[in-house]
Design a protein around this ligand. Structure first.
Ligand SMILES: Cc1cc2nc3c(=O)[nH]c(=O)nc-3n(C[C@H](O)[C@H](O)[C@H](O)COP(=O)(O)O)c2cc1C
Length: 317
């Protein structure tokens, strides 16, 4: 059984993946947040900084992800990435953001099977890496997802990852397991399940419902509870050790952003993003998160964090 960390733009970047794997483990593969391709045929280092091997621990499995609807652009970016030594690249056709979908990218392309066909014809000729695809149930409806899965069956993909919502659902409502089941049964490729695994009980429920699925991708659940992947793998961290590990995790992320961001406000804003997820088990009443949301200086920030670690010395399951 394989577990992967879902890409979360702005959060699961190289420093986050590196320290996550060191402190918490339990994750077999880390997908990077997407890099959007463009018609640029020059290697601009800032575009690739999250995936260059120097920024990534070389003992963890990293799968770079590209967002694109243009096969020739994709080929340029993918061959640059393959030249860095990556053996697998993921194509994002699941992003639900309106700014992306209106350009027929991300889940927007799911409504245009001819574009997907053209793209894959161009990309699957002579590619030097394994290609995986991350998609949703469809943009508007399952019918679109069915068309796309049947079309993907014609190409040499390593696997497909299905987030069990439609694009227009964004992150609202619930995952649709009946629709996931239909796509899973139609796919000739290995399928990874993705969506709303927040606890070990959620995982067990999904695993029992789909015993034939052996690969699971976890996003927000693994950010909220970084012990979740290892717990699923049967590794139990005593509650008494959890707070110390979260503090070590926080301090690393904080010091990283202190080095790379300019000014207190940027630093505080970035750390608020971190705590939106990570506070769930340490500050279940939301008392400290509420205070954090209002803070704009590092000294106030650190004061709130110190109090939170002092008073919330319990990890609430
Ligand atoms: C803020 C945010 C950013 C995301 N960025 C990406 C991304 O760059 N690439 C991608 O494929 N999915 C992205 N996702 C989707 C997640 O990878 C994942 O599919 C989604 O959160 C559902 O899984 P979960 O319920 O386990 O969180 C993002 C989700 C969120 C909430």
């Amino acid at each position: 059984m394989k577990l992967s960390l879902a890409p979360i733009q702005g959060i699961t970047l190289a420093h986050y993946r590196n320290i996550y794997s060191e402190i918490f483990g339990g994750v077999d593969s880390y997908y990077t947040p997407f890099i959007a391709t463009s018609s640029l045929r020059k290697i601009v280092p800032s575009i690739y900084k999250d995936i260059i091997p120097q920024n990534n621990n070389n003992n963890i499995d990293i799968i770079p992800q590209l967002l694109s609807n243009n096969g020739s652009d994709f080929n340029f970016f993918a061959s640059t990435i393959a030249d860095m030594g990556y053996k697998e690249i993921n194509w994002n056709i699941g992003c639900p953001s309106h700014t992306v979908t209106k350009k027929k990218k991300g889940s927007g392309i799911l409504a245009y099977p001819d574009m997907v066909n053209k793209f894959l014809d161009e990309v699957c000729t002579n590619k030097q890496y394994d290609l995986t695809v991350k998609l949703r149930l469809g943009l508007n409806s399952l019918d679109e997802g069915i068309n796309i899965i049947e079309l993907l069956n014609n190409y040499p993909l390593k696997s497909v990852i299905i987030h069990a919502r439609t694009g227009i659902q964004k992150y609202e409502g619930t995952v649709n397991l009946e629709s996931f089941e239909i796509l899973n049964s139609l796919s000739k490729h290995e399928v990874t399940y993705n969506g709303d695994i927040f606890t070990n009980e959620d995982f067990i429920k999904i695993k029992n419902r789909f015993p034939m699925v052996n690969s699971f991708m976890i996003g927000r659940g693994a950010l909220r509870d970084p012990f979740l992947p290892s717990t699923i793998k049967g590794i139990i961290t005593p509650t008494s050790e959890k707070i110390a590990k979260i503090k070590e995790f926080h301090d690393f992320i904080f010091n990283h952003y202190k080095k790379v961001l300019y000014g207190d406000k940027h630093l505080c804003d970035k750390m608020k993003e971190f705590w939106i997820y990570t506070s769930v088990h340490i500050d279940p009443s939301g008392k400290f998160l509420k205070k954090l949301k209002k803070c704009n200086t590092t000294s106030v920030y650190l004061d709130i964090i110190d109090k939170m670690f002092d008073t919330s010395n319990l990890w609430i399951e």
